[in-house]
Design a protein around this ligand. Structure first.
Ligand SMILES: Cc1ncc(COP(=O)(O)O)c(C=O)c1O
Length: 368
């Protein structure tokens, strides 16, 4: 895809020009702060996800943190988090003062193991954060069912799942809240930025206060009423203008991501020693990135890199990271699968021919 050096990157953000008129309008308006354009961006996200409310915030991490606060999570509570995720999921819990309770992942989907979740529940469990790894719903239905039976709030980490459909519904719309990220390696980006969606009116009001110093409505910065504790996590009009411009390409980008995945899935399905992780693309699920499990992960990664196809290795399990360190014993799946998991080149700019080229390289690796 890159004519210059023939490299196929793992991912490439794209600012393609549709953002410019919107950004210019914000600059000309002399109102760069969180305002009408952010409201428009929020409204477009509710249309896409199918929830009543959306609240723009500074990042996906903030979206998780504020969701937990809005769910009443704090010191003395426990929040269940899967062991294979970006560390932001655990950090958002730690920021509330609650205890991070890690659980193992499901072997098939790398999403939270429902059995492990069930075993981890105590009277202190206040919330659970299922993570839609690579845009996959995975075990979400079962997690929601267990949470409902125990009165536990579900905060969806949908950072990688904007627009992805699971069991006929958009991811992010299953829990008390759904949290999205617009960091540069997501399908649409605002540089940094995030969004929380919810159908719960009280949670919506609380989120607005939390992100704006406790003000339920926009103030002057002077004689405002601060109804509750809050801070400053606002998404600006400037960022939202970029987001609105990016959204114009969302559908076509997702179509490419599904198409790239289909090629990988079909071409690599018979390879012994490599498993393409499941996506129901026909049902509307959208791979933010295509992920595979392969025993010789590091060798394949190096081989593809030497031929110009760049991959990304999976996160280390959270329990192996210093702030959350524990022995491997309770996490057999993440311990085994993290070093075998790899994201193949998944940029939406890739052509079918690029994906075919990567498949050719992978097949060549296995013939060696
Ligand atoms: C699964 C997951 N959770 C949380 C985040 C945090 O989002 P952000 O980087 O916008 O804070 C990300 C992305 O970076 C992510 O991939």
């Amino acid at each position: 895809m890159s004519a210059e050096n023939n490299v196929i990157p793992w991912w490439l953000p794209e600012i393609n020009g549709s953002e410019w008129p919107l950004v210019r309008k914000v600059i000309d308006s002399n109102f760069l702060n969180d305002g009408k354009v952010t409201e428009d961006f929020e409204s477009r996200i509710t249309d896409i996800v199918g929830t009543r409310y959306a609240v723009g915030v500074t990042s996906g991490t903030t979206a998780l943190y504020l969701s937990l606060l809005a769910a009443g999570v704090g010191v003395g509570d426990e929040v269940v988090v899967p062991d294979m995720t970006f560390i932001a999921t655990a950090n958002a819990v730690a920021m509330t003062g609650a205890k991070v309770v890690l659980v193992d992942v499901d072997e098939e989907t790398l999403t939270m193991s429902p059995e492990a979740f069930g075993h981890a529940i105590t009277p202190k469990t206040k919330a659970v954060i299922p993570v839609h790894v690579s845009g996959r719903g995975g075990t979400l239905n079962r997690i929601c069912e267990i949470a409902k039976n125990h009165g536990i709030a579900v905060v969806e980490d949908a950072a990688e799942a904007l627009g992805s459909v699971y069991c006929g519904k958009k991811l992010g719309s299953f829990g008390l809240t759904g949290c999205f990220s617009f960091s540069p390696n997501k399908t649409i980006t605002t540089g940094q930025g995030g969004m929380i969606v919810t159908n719960d009116e009280a949670v919506h009001v609380r989120l607005r206060e939390l992100k704006d110093q406790g003000r339920p409505v926009r103030g002057t910065g002077g004689d405002d009423v601060h109804a509750s504790f809050g801070s400053n996590f606002k998404l600006t009009n400037l960022q939202s203008a970029v987001g609105l411009g990016q959204l114009e390409s969302l559908a076509s980008r997702m179509e490419r991501q599904r198409s790239i995945h289909r090629i990988y899935r079909n071409r690599l399905k018979d390879l012994l020693g490599l498993r393409v992780l499941p996506f129901n693309v026909e049902g509307g699920e959208c791979p933010q990135w295509t992920d595979v499990v392969v025993e010789k992960r590091n060798e394949l990664d190096a081989f593809l890199k030497s031929r110009g196809a760049h991959c990304r290795r999976f996160w280390f399990p959270i329990h192996t990271q210093k702030p959350y360190f524990q022995k491997d014993d309770a996490y057999p799946n993440s311990t085994k699968l993290s070093p075998q998991s790899l994201w193949l080149p998944s940029a939406f700019q890739m052509t079918d021919a690029d994906a075919e080229r990567v498949c050719g390289m992978v097949c060549e690796f296995f013939k060696q």
